[in-house]
Design a protein around this ligand. Structure first.
Ligand SMILES: [Zn+2]
Length: 97
């Protein structure tokens, strides 16, 4: 898996820049980055099953809260941490459909 680069200057984002830089501006040229439609759909396909299937299943499962809570937390964090690999940037905001 490859991390994305800037649509303008091709600066390769580091993992840290993608996770902590919520406004997604290129640190090299300062241009704002927008997710491409394709990458937004891919992100949704990763997030959706997680939030509508996996987490509800854990929540209703007959297991101790001491296991449930960290399990849900770890899953949410894992999802957040793998998502930057699906980011691809463009210069314009693209409509979702
Ligand atoms: Zn740039």
């Amino acid at each position: 898996m490859k991390l994305p680069s800037c649509w303008n200057c091709a600066h390769s984002f580091t993992y840290r820049e993608l996770v902590w830089n919520w406004r997604l501006r290129c640190p090299n040229c300062g241009n704002k980055q927008f997710l491409t439609k394709k990458s937004r759909i891919q992100i949704l396909l990763i997030e959706l099953p997680m939030y509508i299937i996996v987490i509800p299943l854990i929540t209703i499962a007959d297991i101790s809260l001491y296991i449930k809570f960290p399990a849900v937390l770890i899953l949410i964090l894992m999802t957040l941490f793998i998502l930057p690999f699906w980011y691809r940037f463009t210069n314009k905001e693209q409509s979702f459909v």
